[in-house]
Design a protein around this ligand. Sequence first.
Ligand code: SF4
Length: 64
Amino acid sequence: MKLRIDRQGCVGNARCHAVSAELFPLDEDGYIAVEEIEVPPGMEELARRGVRACPERVIQIVEE
Ligand code: SF4
């Protein structure tokens, strides 16, 4: 499973990071630090929760 993130739309509220700090790393200013996330096996449900947690809808599932 792969996620893609539109970092320009991130507002830095860390909702994704609260779901999983491992999957959704933040930069030093509190914004999402990556543009693409390869979800490790077994973390798919956590990844989906992170996608749903983002109120800006900038995290997309690009590959199941
Ligand atoms: S939940 Fe969305 S807006 Fe908030 S830090 Fe994560 S990617 Fe950015």
